[in-house]
Design a protein. Structure first.
Length: 189
């Protein structure tokens, strides 16, 4: 089938909050976190600025570009802002307000695939796909689980976004604590 996602593909990730109104995963402004490159929030458009909402899927286990992405794989997500927006990364604690709702870590990008062991690795889990052959496809809804400390939490939207972003992004102990905040729909870029 032609709809399977392959390593090296570029995608936009749309958040499921508010009936898919949670915005698109986006880099937005410099981050003050140690070793970080850009802050991460969501934006109304996948193309707020050139490349800010575009992510390249790379294998974190050495699978070759062009190989199918399989549900349960460990991946890196590389942002393409300025052709080098950094890698999606957990960095520092979630805010106090986010922690009150199960939040674990803040999310930013880093110049390194793994700023610290596991911070830039995400296990991708598709809710389902058709056919049910384990491959991940464009249009699938996924959860992204961070590998930091073997339990970095699930990527989610939580609270108002900083710097003009729509919603802030952190990880959470719960895979979908409320209103589909942990659901991400994959769209080809």
């Amino acid at each position: 089938m032609a709809n399977e996602l392959k390593y090296g593909d570029r995608v936009h990730l749309q958040n499921g909050y508010g009936n898919w109104g949670g915005g698109y995963l986006d880099t937005n402004g410099a981050s003050s976190d140690a070793g970080a490159k850009y802050g991460v929030s969501t934006a109304d458009s996948p193309t707020r600025a050139a490349g800010t909402g575009t992510w390249q899927i790379l294998s974190a286990t050495g699978k070759a570009d062009g190989t199918n992405v399989v549900s349960g794989d460990l991946v890196h997500l590389r942002n393409l802002y300025g052709n080098d927006g950094g890698y999606l990364d957990t960095n520092g604690a979630a805010s106090a307000e986010q922690k009150n709702a199960g939040g674990k870590y803040n999310v930013s990008t880093s110049k390194d695939k793994d700023r610290a062991p596991g911070t830039g690795r995400w296990r991708i889990f598709a809710q389902s796909s058709a056919p049910a052959d384990q491959n991940v496809r464009a249009g699938d809804v996924v959860h992204l689980f961070n590998a930091y400390g073997d339990n970095g939490g699930f990527l989610e939207t939580n609270g108002r976004g900083p710097g003009g972003g729509k919603y802030d992004v952190c990880t959470n102990a719960y895979y979908n604590r409320s209103g589909n905040v942990g659901d991400w729909k994959l769209h080809r870029a």
